[in-house]
Design a protein around this ligand. Structure first.
Ligand SMILES: *Cc1c(COP(=O)(O)O)cnc(C)c1O
Length: 410
């Protein structure tokens, strides 16, 4: 049987005693300390190392925000809090999670279409910056601020006329539910400032999951240019510019890691030559998966091993209800294999070609197609890598009633 390649296993995962070794523990110890499979394991060391790598590459003046939706696990938020400059939330539920983790609301910004009245109220009274997505939302925020006697802190999320090329998920360019069309931004900004809002500048997010440094560099230059044009039309220097993010991670065979140094170099040049309107602006990037995606691994156990028409199936106790993206059902066109391994035989040579599936009764529930892996038996542990972002909370854990996965930070 011809094997299909699997994605690249991220750096930092070693073997010890024959097993996958993360955060000073073997896979079976991790499962024992968490209680059972399926299990998400996130590594403090790998998260911290990623933030250090970013700080080394980026100009000191560029802040790093964490987009909580990638992984809102409370211990992760607590670990992230002293490492990053700000947190981006997309609902009042995420506001609650950030506050539970002890994050100062002054470091939080709130983007996302369809913010409900109660959400605006919670954010405004806490002192969170709203990234305003429409003129209607701006008017509602002003009215709420007046009613509460609180001056709302408001930035405008811009829907730019360009996009981040080659990004996995396009969130700018053309008609979009996100942000305010660039040409409508100056009038809305003037309105908000006149109504007494604390003006917090612009948020320009152009896309996600880009691995091509040139595409990111081009998008960032366009963001700075657009921010300058808009600031001049608004008639005030910008207090703050959230430049978006979009830094991708390699999930699939053939994916190359983003050349971070090239992006950093271009940003150094841009920051050294900022237009006047941006000279005093706080600048930041907002990143989700780049900070946490490769720092997480999903462990599940083989519960059955069977043959069907000559194909071997490893049936696990995990599946798409925790790992929708790895199953190929979260915005991918052609299903390709994530990086997978037999965690309990991590240093063994591959010896057979198998399909790894989950326990859900649907053909969609695949974790790896025709993967070349060491022979695994019932009881062995399977690892799916790149599981730190958009796993536990971006998968339909109620589907088929198997329940949520456990999560630990080590
Ligand atoms: C989802 C999202 C992010 C994070 O995206 P990643 O691909 O995880 O980096 C950042 N900003 C906004 C506005 C988002 O919607």
């Amino acid at each position: 049987m011809k094997a299909k390649p699997v994605g690249p296993i991220p750096e930092g995962f070693k073997a010890q005693g024959g097993e996958l070794f993360v955060g000073g523990q073997t896979a079976s110890d991790l499962v024992a300390s968490a209680g059972s499979t399926p299990l998400f394991v996130y590594s403090r060391e790998l998260i911290s190392a990623r933030v250090r790598k970013l700080r080394d590459a980026l100009p000191a003046r560029i802040g790093i925000n964490y987009a909580i939706k990638a992984n809102p696990f409370e211990p992760v938020l607590k670990h992230m809090a002293p490492l990053v400059d700000g947190f981006d939330i997309a609902s009042s539920g995420e506001l609650q999670l950030a506050q539970n983790a002890g994050v100062d609301p002054a470091r939080i910004s709130f983007a996302g279409p369809g913010k409900r009245g109660e959400e605006l109220e919670a954010a405004i009274s806490a002192g969170v910056t709203l990234n305003c997505e429409s003129s209607g939302e701006g008017e509602r925020a002003i009215a709420i601020g007046q009613r509460l006697g609180v001056c709302p802190r408001i930035a405008i999320r811009v829907n730019p006329d360009f996009e981040l090329k080659g990004s996995g998920m396009k969130m700018g360019g053309g008609a979009k539910p996100f942000g305010v069309d660039a040409e409508k931004v100056p009038d809305l900004a003037k309105y908000l400032i006149n109504e007494g809002a604390e003006w917090r500048g612009l948020h320009i997010f152009t896309g996600s999951q880009a691995l091509n440094a040139d595409a990111i560099i081009e998008a960032q230059s366009n963001v700075l240019k657009l921010a300058d044009e808009l600031a001049r039309l608004i008639g005030e220097p910008l207090p703050k510019l959230n430049m978006g993010g979009g830094f991708g991670i390699p999930y699939f065979p053939g994916d190359e890691p983003l050349e971070l140094d090239a992006v950093g170099c271009a940003l150094h040049a841009n920051v050294a030559d900022l237009p006047e309107s941006l000279q005093d602006a706080e600048l930041c990037l907002e990143l989700g998966r780049y900070l946490i995606g490769e720092a997480g691994v999903y462990l599940c156990r083989v519960v059955d091993r069977k043959d069907s028409h000559g194909v071997t199936y490893l049936v696990t106790d995990g599946g798409l209800h925790h790992q929708l993206a790895a199953s190929g059902n979260f915005g991918t066109v052609v299903r390709r294999n994530y990086p997978v391994a037999i965690a309990s035989r991590f240093d063994a040579e591959p010896s057979e070609v198998v399909n790894v599936v989950g326990c859900l009764c649907t053909p969609l529930d695949r974790l790896a197609d025709l993967a070349h892996l060491p022979r695994a038996e019932v009881g062995d542990l399977v690892a799916v890598f790149c599981a730190g972002a958009y796993g536990a909370t971006a998968s339909p854990s109620a589907f088929l009633g198997h329940g949520s996965a456990r999560e630990i930070l080590v």
